[in-house]
Write a protein that binds this ligand. Sequence first.
Ligand SMILES: Nc1nc2c(c(=O)[nH]1)N[C@H]1C(S)=C(S)[C@@H](COP(=O)(O)OP(=O)(O)OC[C@H]3O[C@@H](n4cnc5c(=O)[nH]c(N)nc54)[C@H](O)[C@@H]3O)O[C@H]1N2
Ligand SMILES: Nc1nc2c(c(=O)[nH]1)N[C@H]1C(S)=C(S)[C@@H](COP(=O)(O)OP(=O)(O)OC[C@H]3O[C@@H](n4cnc5c(=O)[nH]c(N)nc54)[C@H](O)[C@@H]3O)O[C@H]1N2
Ligand SMILES: [Mo]
Length: 722
Amino acid sequence: MTLTPTAVANTAVANTAVANAALANAAPAGPARPADAVSLPVTIAGRAFPTNRGGLCKKGWTAAELLGSADRIREPMLRVADGSFAPISWTDALDLVAGKLRAGRAEHGADSVGVFGGGGLTNEKAYQLGKFTRLALGSSRIDYNGRFCMSSAAAAGNRAFGLDRGLPFRVEDLDAADTILMLGSNVAQTMPPFIGHLDGARQAGGLIVVDPRRTATARLTDDGAGMHVQPAPGTDLVLLLGLIHLVITERLADTDYLSRRTTGFDQLRFSVAGWYPQRVQEHTGVPVWQLQGLARRLAAGRGTYILTGRGVEQHVDGTDTATAAINLALVLGLVGTTHSGYGTLTGQGNGQGGREHGQKCDQLPGYRKITDPAARAHVAGVWGVTPEQIPGAGIPAVELLNALGRPGGIRTLLVHGANVVVSAPDADRVRQGLANLEFLVVCDFFFSETAALADVVLPVTQWAEEEGTMTSLEGRVLRRRRAIDPPAGVRSELWIFQELARRLDAPGVYSAEPGDVFDELCLASEGGIADYSGLDYALLDAGEPAYWPYPAGSGGTPRLFLERFAHDDGRARIVAVTPRTVLVPAQTEGALTLITGRLLEHYQSGSQTRRVAELSDAQPEARMQVHPATAASLGVVDGGWVELANERGIVRCRAQLSADIRPDTVFLPFHFPADQRANLLTAGATDPISGMPEFKRTAVRVRAIDAPGLSAPDHERVMADA
Ligand SMILES: Nc1nc2c(c(=O)[nH]1)N[C@H]1C(S)=C(S)[C@@H](COP(=O)(O)OP(=O)(O)OC[C@H]3O[C@@H](n4cnc5c(=O)[nH]c(N)nc54)[C@H](O)[C@@H]3O)O[C@H]1N2
Ligand SMILES: Nc1nc2c(c(=O)[nH]1)N[C@H]1C(S)=C(S)[C@@H](COP(=O)(O)OP(=O)(O)OC[C@H]3O[C@@H](n4cnc5c(=O)[nH]c(N)nc54)[C@H](O)[C@@H]3O)O[C@H]1N2
Ligand SMILES: [Mo]
């Protein structure tokens, strides 16, 4: 069948989370198969929508291939004695899992059972996962992969504005901007349909891209369209402090706005006093002339936006760096106007909604705090339990993964929508932790690298096979519509929660109907920060643009903060931040800085996109991007093999020489499995405020090696090809 515009409509594809939604649900793969061998259950069509204007990225266009993929798991699978998997009936699988959950809880306590969720889950699934963990398992130990994604920006937004909605404005508002500063974001590859919204700024010569690499996005600044700023990785906080310093000393600050709408400016002024341009240049490598030009352009813009991405947020000081970007926006008077602003570009398909309804360890639905007695009382009322039956705050993702298999830690784990063996930092430690568990249950559509380690794998529905909602990066709630029936042996996660809860004699009601779960979610969110209580499927199906907060009787809120910020006093809080990490840019003798990130063709851990022939043919393996001068000094040739190593691990892959990267930096995508996992090298160090790991700055030693596992003639051929 064809997914008609309306059918696709509200799914994934509709928004800018857009591409991602498509992606989130579309992504990765194993061995490549010819495309014509796959019979597609649906075809995909674009649809006029304000954020993507009918456009999708490659991963969206090829997403149908995943529905009928030969790799699809079509019945529950049980690990058997020889380590392989054998099919098992749903009844037996659920009885077994429920029995293990009961026994684990009885033997080691409720907090020995952990749950790991994902930002690709629909709002309904994310909500139910949080409720199931707290009530049916009685455990506080839930967190999710959004901790690796949006947590620093979320913490910074909450701290500054009292509320975290990725963009407090509409994506189309960017069209009228003449100046856009993008820090650590490569939208041309990670959200291709979005780049049309940069055209206005490019025509006005005002697109500024800050990235240690000259990416496809940085290249959008060529030919007078703007400026590419290429700092050393991890120095964005200093760069931003330097810009704030310049804005203040050159009297470009909006003092009227600061006194009307913010608190904390005096401390900020004091804290940036020492960050004069020459010193900032020494730390970041960004020349003084460029800093000055940048500060002046931002202040002169009529319509200036500052946007951050993972490049500046996935650091141990990610929250403070996002805070500094917000401070810069506040000093310039940009936030809470109709023509300028600050925002963060959401990652996964439901990166926004996934962080609002309770799969974060410290959170209840409606973006409520689990430690707030009033929030507990409200949610307990909706769930039909007493507040005492809801456990307290749990532990964030990296801590949770570190506790796997440890005495007093997590002994049983349920995974819903993440492939942590590939995507979590210090990945080999994660693999060991999973191996030390007493019982691992993974819900997925494919044998991801994490599912391959499970005791039981439960096959679940994919995007076009289920109803639900997702919330876009602009806080707009969108419907996902079921277009086709799932394969016979596949079940929805809502049904799995219902069946397990029944077997566990859990308090509370667990409907398997997405519409019922959404209605309950709306009630639970009522009065919270992310208030959905005025919404229902009928309103969303009618195409009503529903931006939260959307309490009953409201028309939704496309632009936040026009009158006031969400703190009690209505003001934005300027929080003075300073670098905590070691500031010396030069590293250990001989070490290079590894940054990790994304390629256009692959999605995240690759477990979906590596299963789409077109995508995996285009990018079959990891390649390390390296500057030709650095390569020459290491004896590395284009296409030749290299080894990246540090105290945590070793990655072997081919090199790709490119003058688009700083000579002191190398880049690896994190989409590849086995011994090409970039996360074998990244550290489990986290931001003390957000729990975000340091994905973007890792010291590595690089050397040229012979092709691994190739005989001498093969090796010569490879080298000749290179
Ligand atoms: N093709 C594709 N698209 C995706 C995804 C995918 O996996 N593949 N994933 C989705 C998700 S979940 C997310 S979160 C988004 C992420 O979207 P982006 O944030 O755009 O993605 P990244 O590639 O992680 O990082 C962006 C850039 O940050 C730069 N960078 C690295 N270190 C630093 C630094 O210290 N400072 C600065 N200024 N820049 C730095 C990198 O060179 C990179 O070009 O993409 C979404 N879209
Ligand atoms: N080095 C490095 N590591 C990173 C990053 C980086 O930039 N550098 N980025 C981080 C970021 S931003 C993110 S978001 C994470 C993402 O990392 P992961 O969480 O590993 O992301 P995915 O590959 O999307 O894994 C999702 C898995 O869940 C399955 N799945 C998809 N939808 C559903 C569903 O509805 N239900 C269930 N049960 N399963 C589903 C997919 O098939 C897939 O196997 O990676 C992080 N890791
Ligand atoms: Mo992400």
